[in-house]
Design a protein around this ligand. Sequence first.
Ligand code: SF4
Length: 474
Amino acid sequence: MGAFFGVVSKRDCIKDVFFGTDYHSHLATACAGLAVCRPDGQLQRKIHNLDKGPFRTQFESSFNVMEGNAAIGTISDHDPQPLIIKSRHGVYAICYVGIINNLEALVDEHLHEKGGHFGVSTGGEVNAVELIATLIESKEDFIEGIRYAQSRIEGTANILILMEDERIIAVRDYMGRLPILLGKNEDGYCLAFESFSYQKLGYEDFRELGPAEIVEMTKDGVKTIVPPREEMRICSFLWTYYGYPTSTYEGVNVEVMRTRNGALLAQDDCKKGNNKGVDYVCGVPDSGTPHAIGYSNGCGIPFARPYIKYTPSWSRSFMPEKQVDRNEIAKMKQVPVTQLIKDKSLLFVDDSIVRGTQLRETVNFLYNNGAKAVHMRSACPPIMFGCKYLNFSRATSDRELLTRRIIVELEGEEGLNYIDEYADSNTERGKKMRQAICDKFGFTSLEYQSLENMMNSIGIDKCKLCTYCWNGKE
Ligand code: SF4
């Protein structure tokens, strides 16, 4: 994934950009960067890898030697950024969030038609930010260049550009899959992925950019250069899984959505009598927890935490590159509260079930600590399609998805023609898939939230939500 944060202010803004970017640390773990317009009019930039430590420790020393009234910060899972570009349009720092699926084709097209060159990494990959800058630079007019880049990119790209004259240009992706929110204080304006990041710094909500909207931000105001499109497909996973609980997108707070979602899941289970005899409702930490609190509130079964993650030394579970290392760390972090596990029937709510790798370990760990039953609930419907719109670290290729693996085990590739039936818990195929997953993982029972309930929990116009992961609808 990734994120960016930017400020234009009447006063020095490095401290705000440092803390504002740091508040996006849950969204990427590979590298990060800061760029500032210095008082002498030059752009200054720092980039650090995050493999040796989080953003805060890597940039503590940099931010003490940076100064300026306009600055941007970014955190990324892939390309080192921001890049500083010198061109006929001036000097600017540029970064982006998203994924460019046709990167190689665009690079080849450019080299074939125009010649020139791109820098490459050790693995031979072109930095996506350099490609975006090249697309922009292929047009005489800067804004026309940005629109051209938007129109050529397949995937998703939120773009942020810091000009040397202390302007920031922000570009939201064409379908509005990822958010850009604007904040305001008495000295200027800021923008972010997570709204709480600027609220903590004393900015108030100003407004949210619409899909494909392009704005220019100065210390005196925000001007729309290209108006938003009506059509939007904002990522539903922002609410169910990866958005920070204290953030609000499209006016809907993440934590509030999750508790509402859990309550609706509980209602369905109660109607069907699926949670009889359960002693405790529990969340798979961390993002499953609010869904579980909502579930508990919705059915009256007490909420409990039968294991607690030890986080002081390993704050994020998917930092190591190899899955085997991630699993090992996840295991070390789970510390049981035996009194809440032994001889108890537990119902766990997870934010989603993608590959299920860590769930198997968790269930074994609970049985090894004496659990009588482990029921599993997913706070979203069965994931049937890998995400092709974002660099979403947990949903990669379709073949890796647990649902598809089970379907192929049950009736071969032919079964993939009945995805809709498998997704539906009322069909024979849907029941068989759920039972096969229970058998494989040792769940006492398994249910998924319905798409209808999940969308109702978010509560915005349904046609504005991306639900491709679940129903393959573009
Ligand atoms: S496919 Fe899934 S993860 Fe990707 S943007 Fe759509 S809802 Fe989000």
